[in-house]
Design a protein around this ligand. Structure first.
Ligand SMILES: CC(C)(COP(=O)(O)OP(=O)(O)OC[C@H]1O[C@@H](n2cnc3c(N)ncnc32)[C@H](O)[C@@H]1OP(=O)(O)O)[C@@H](O)C(=O)NCCC(=O)NCCS
Length: 173
C-alpha cells in the first residue's frame, strides 16, 4: 500500500510488526505530553507499549506509515466496547508525527485501516475525537464518517473539560 505526499515523497503503509514498537510508542507519548488528542498524561512504558501492540498484532489491526526509512505514523482499530455484542463495531486511532502532519499521511493510514477492517468483516467504525480537533474531524469526514453525537465535557486534561465528538462510518454496503 503506497500513497504520495503532496510534496511527492512516497509514504508506504504496511501492517505493523514488533520492531515498530518503540517508534509507535514515541509518537503516542509525544501526543500524550503535548496534545488533547489523548486524555491522559501517563506516558506509556516500554512494557505497556509491547503488550498494547501485541494485542493489535494478534488481531491484525495495526498499520504503520513509513517515509524516508522511518515510521511517521500509525493507525489501529480495536473493539469499541468490551461486551461481545459490540464485536462488529471497532474504534480507530490515527497518529502522525508532528513534523509529518498535514501531508496526507493520516489519509493514507485511515484509508488502509478502513480497508483492513472491511476485509476483517467488521460492520461499523467509530472515531471518538476531541471536538476542537479540526484536522481529525476533517480527515474523518473526507472518508465518509458522519458526526453521530457529542458528549459534553466527557474528559479533562490540562485543567480543562473537553467535549467528545463521535463519528461513525458504516463498513458494509
Ligand atoms: C489528525 C491527524 C491524524 C491527521 O493526519 P494528517 O496526516 O495531518 O492528515 P492529512 O494530511 O491526511 O489530512 C488532514 C486534513 O485536515 C485538514 N486540516 C488541517 N488542519 C486543519 C484545521 N485547523 N482546520 C480544518 N482542517 C484542517 C487538512 O487540510 C486535511 O484535509 P484535506 O485533505 O481535505 O485538505 C494528525 O494531524 C495527528 O496525528 N494529529 C495529532 C494526533 C491526533 O489528533 N490524532 C487523532 C485523534 S482522534
Amino acid at each position: 500500500m503506497t500513497a504520495i505526499y503532496e510534496n511527492r515523497e512516497v509514504v508506504r503503509v504496511r501492517p505493523a510488526c514488533e520492531a515498530d514498537g518503540e517508534a509507535v510508542r514515541a509518537i503516542r507519548n509525544h501526543a500524550v505530553a503535548t496534545s488533547t488528542a489523548l486524555w491522559t498524561q501517563t506516558q506509556q512504558s516500554p512494557a505497556d507499549a509491547r503488550a498494547w501492540l501485541a494485542a493489535h498484532l494478534d488481531r491484525g489491526s495495526a498499520l504503520v506509515a513509513e517515509a524516508g526509512g522511518r515510521v511517521v505514523g500509525f493507525a489501529v482499530y480495536a473493539p469499541w466496547r468490551e461486551l461481545d455484542g459490540y464485536r462488529h463495531t471497532v474504534e480507530n486511532s490515527v497518529y502522525v508525527r508532528e513534523d509529518s502532519q498535514g501531508l496526507g499521511v493520516g489519509g493514507a493510514l485511515l484509508s488502509a485501516l478502513i480497508d483492513s477492517a472491511r476485509r476483517a468483516g467488521h460492520h461499523s467504525m467509530i472515531a471518538g475525537i476531541e471536538s476542537g480537533n479540526a484536522s481529525s474531524i476533517r480527515l474523518h469526514e473526507r472518508f465518509g464518517f458522519a458526526v453521530v453525537g457529542t458528549v459534553r465535557e466527557a474528559g479533562r486534561k490540562f485543567g480543562r473539560w473537553f467535549d467528545l465528538t463521535l463519528m461513525q462510518l458504516p463498513l458494509e454496503a
